[in-house]
Ligand binder design. Sequence first.
Ligand code: AMP
Length: 215
Amino acid sequence: MKIILLGAPGAGKGTVAKLLSEFDGSVQISTGDILRAAVMEGSDLGKEAQAYMKRGDLVPDSLIMKIMEERLREPDCAKGFIMDGFPRTIPQAEALKDLLEKLSISLDFVANLDVPREVVLDRLTTRRTCSNSSCQEIYNIKSSPPADDNTCTKCGSPVIQRDDETEEAILNRLDTYNAMTAPLIGFYEKEGLLRSFRSLQSRDTVEDIRKSLKG
Ligand code: AMP
């Protein structure tokens, strides 16, 4: 499958992408995961991105497009991909359109995960993430907590609250989403690629997306 997941922070894009990737080996491409790994490693990219991320602001488009072009050229993307957290702005969506044309890749569709604001807010404040940059498994202290000693059940690393999951950064991320990313719904509607999914339970959403791929 070759799809983009659109949706507010906390809409469940990461969880849905991971579940979808288990079906046919399509890779999850999460710009947030790539950036967090770069910050943890202390690379030049990480140093440049860190301050934006901590505030809940978007990292500049030019930096993101460089990451994505490199990522899409990697051989594991040939089988398929699920983009999670990219594109986030109209210029990114336009640049992606050109890039996909250049690489002769066509998308199946863009899945918009439609989740009420109160659900998103609750999920973000209760979310916890594995601190291992190559794992980044997602937990929720209410619905899917980590082990008692706060370690990741997948890799054993400490599970933490992300820097950008303070109340102030969360509200900023939601404002940024409304201002910069929500316009992509109209963009992809015009392109004839948009499909919307009312998404409350990730597993149901995954089933709906798979049915939509077949149909
Ligand atoms: P996420 O894990 O997708 O919520 O992303 C965490 C943070 O990484 C965002 O708040 C942004 O600072 C940055 N980020 C991730 N993806 C993008 C993108 N496509 N464009 C700009 N910034 C991004």
